[in-house]
Every structure is written in structure tokens, then in C-alpha cells.
Ligand binder design. Structure first.
Ligand code: ZN
Length: 377
């Protein structure tokens, strides 16, 4: 995916930070380095809980009463586990699946890692009762000077409730960028890129949603599609993006299938521990109804990480789906990785690793999608 322009908007995290500073500091009593360390840990927990919409007065009181960093961190860990228990989407399962795909290593199109990932996911989805199918095609190898002219591509399609004729498309790309070519350290730009958030997170959330599909009681069926070749890109100014989604959209448009997609959601970079998902500009333009439905769902259930304003215009797999296949599809993406307040980015760097990702973030995104599915009329 690439980003065309960035819109600066009112910075909510800054507001939260001010809030946390005003309300979360022990104030004048904080004198020693140790005290400051404890206050910093407390502030960051309060900030995170505020962002996640789960700072209750009781939790705040407990946090204020604890006096060491260890106590605060242990408390937060316990709170996180208890909170995850209550969510309808299993965040620990998300994290487990994310770790599993990241553990494979690089998974760029045509690689051994991609093949391993397909085998792993094939078994995972089949065991849950999904019908797995591959949409195979060949793409020109962008680095054909190495003697191999084409790359074998495969979109993976997993169907749930296949007899239902009105269908919903839930998708993500499952290939990873060949290299971390945006790394600030030039020496690392030909290093290893594992794509935890960019490549892993969408897959992980779909895995957790798959676990709910049996109980999805609706007139709608769901197809999950994992796109290959979203970024078989060695040179952003030369190599084409979205190979898998473009192929999928063309096939769909050419065949006019009996089973139609009513709407779609694309998940990309949804695991950031500092999750803040703004409405993506192209999604608002091309699929405004879906944007409106999804954001009002998030508001209703209290997932505050979905911010009701626009910030980035992102070119991603949803473009061919809207433009070629005419499936109104939005891109749920947190492009500020780690945060709008930070200049650095982990995007396409060696820093895009599982430790930057959060089970709660993924569970929240999955929960919004799950509620949206259930509310469809
Ligand atoms: Zn990417």
C-alpha cells in the first residue's frame, strides 16, 4: 500500500496526554528519579486505557494507589487479561496467529515462507469448517534479471455458509514486502522484513473472526479473501501494487457471479499497540455507507480507537475492489505506526515486529467487524 497525502487533524492523543498529565501525575510529591519512573509508567498505562476507552474510576483509583513500577505493570497485565476475557473476539487467538505467521519469517509472493503460510492457514480454516480455494495466476517478476520471468501467485479464498447468495467480503493481504526498504538505517534495507502489523495483523484478525463463523446467524454469507501480491515491490516508482486484488476484481467483474458481494472490509495494519484508525479518504469517497455503518458500530460498542475523522488517503487493495469489481469496500488501516505524535515509523522497516502489536487492538478491530456483520440488514 502507499500513501498519497497526509491530512493533519486535531490530535486526540495529545488531548489524552494532557488529560493524563493533568489527572494522572502525583504532582509536587514526585521528586526522586524512582518516583518519576513510577509516574511515567502510571501515565503511560492511564494514557493507553483512556485511548482504549476502559479507564473506569475504579481502575484509576487502583493505579493511583500502587507505588512501584512492578506493581503497576503486574496490575496492568492482570487487567488486560481480564479485559480480553470479556471481549467477543479472542485477542489471544489473534496474537497467537500473528506470532505463528511472523514466526515463518518473510512471506513475500512466490517465497517458501508464503507456501508455508498457505499450508498453515489452509489447515486452520479447514478445521473450522471453511471452504478453502485458491485463485492462482502468474505475475511478471519485478526482478526478472535474475532469470525467473514470472512469480506464482495465489489469492486464498475461504467461504463460510457458501449457500447464502448475498455475501460479505472480508479481506487482507497476506504477502509481505520483500525488503524493509523504508528502514532508517540504509544497511538494513536489504535485511529481513517479517511484516507483523503490515501483512500479519489482517490475517490474524480474520483467523479470530473465522472462529466465530459457525455461529454467524444471518442471511449473509462471508468470504474471506487473502490477497497475494499486494506489495511485491522492490521499487515503489516502478513495480505495480495490488496484483492479487486486481486479479480477483477482474475475475469477479468478468464472471458476474450469482453470488454477489454486498460490501467489503479490508484490514491492513490493525494491530498497532497504539491503535488509532482514522477514516481513510478513498473509503469515504467510494464506500461512504460502509464507513458510516462501521464507525457508528464502533461508537455503539465503545471502541474508541476508530476516530470519526479523516487523516490519510491510502492506495490499497480496496481500490481495485471498488473501481473494477464495484464492491463497496473500505480500508480499515492505522497508518500512524506507532503514533501520529511520533516522527519515526515502523512501516516497511525491520521494526515491524510482533512486540509492537497488541491483542487488545486486534480484538477491538475484530469486534467492530463482528458487530457490523451481525447488524447488517
Ligand atoms: Zn506494506
Amino acid at each position: 500500500m502507499n500513501v498519497k497525502k497526509i491530512k493533519e487533524v486535531l490530535s486526540w492523543p495529545l488531548v489524552f496526554l494532557l488529560f493524563a498529565m493533568l489527572t494522572g501525575c502525583p504532582g509536587v510529591e514526585q521528586t526522586t528519579d524512582a518516583d518519576e519512573g513510577v509516574a511515567k509508567v502510571r501515565r503511560s498505562i492511564i494514557l493507553q486505557y483512556t485511548r482504549q476507552g476502559r479507564l473506569t474510576p475504579a481502575v484509576r483509583e487502583s493505579l493511583m494507589a500502587l507505588t512501584t513500577s512492578d506493581e503497576l505493570q503486574d496490575y496492568a497485565k492482570q487487567q488486560d487479561q481480564a479485559y480480553l476475557e470479556q471481549l467477543p473476539i479472542d485477542g489471544r487467538l489473534c496474537m497467537e496467529m500473528l506470532n505463528e505467521v511472523v514466526g515463518i519469517g518473510p512471506r513475500f509472493s512466490g517465497s517458501g515462507g508464503m507456501l508455508k503460510q498457505q499450508q498453515m492457514l489452509d489447515k486452520y480454516f479447514s478445521d473450522l469448517g471453511g471452504e478453502v480455494e485458491y485463485q492462482r495466476f502468474k505475475a511478471r517478476n519485478p526482478i526478472s534479471q535474475q532469470g525467473v520471468e514470472t512469480v506464482d501467485m495465489a489469492n486464498m479464498i475461504i467461504r463460510w455458509h457458501p449457500k447464502r447468495t448475498r455475501r460479505i467480503l472480508l479481506c487482507a493481504h497476506y504477502d509481505t514486502r520483500p525488503f524493509p526498504d523504508n528502514d532508517p538505517d540504509p544497511e538494513k534495507r536489504r535485511g529481513i522484513f517479517v511484516g507483523a502489523n503490515d501483512g500479519g495483523s489482517g490475517v490474524a484478525v480474520l483467523c479470530a473472526l473465522a472462529d466465530k463463523m459457525e455461529e454467524f446467524d444471518s442471511e449473509y454469507g462471508v468470504d474471506m479473501v487473502l490477497f497475494d501480491g499486494e506489495e511485491l515491490v522492490y521499487d515503489s516508482s516502478r513495480d505495480p501494487f495490488f496484483l492479487g486484488s486486481t486479479h480477483f476484481a477482474r475475475e469477479y467483474a468478468a464472471k458476474l457471479p450469482r453470488q454477489k458481494y454486498v460490501a467489503g472490509i479490508l484490514l491492513d495494519m490493525v494491530a498497532d499497540a497504539d491503535l488509532q484508525i482514522y477514516q481513510e479518504v478513498n473509503s469515504r469517497r467510494m464506500a461512504p455507507r460502509v464507513v458510516q455503518q462501521v464507525w457508528s458500530t464502533a461508537k455503539r460498542i465503545g471502541v474508541t480507537e476508530l476516530r470519526p475523522s479523516a487523516r490519510h488517503e491510502v492506495r490499497d487493495d480496496h481500490l481495485p475492489l471498488n473501481e473494477i469489481a464495484k464492491i463497496p469496500t473500505i480500508d480499515l488501516i492505522d497508518f500512524d505506526y506507532p503514533s501520529p505524535q511520533k516522527r519515526e515509523t515502523y512501516w516497511h522497516t525491520t521494526e515491524d515486529t510482533a512486540d509492537k502489536c497488541s491483542a487488545i487492538s486486534m480484538a477491538h478491530v475484530g469486534w467492530v467487524v463482528w458487530e457490523w456483520l451481525q447488524g447488517l440488514e
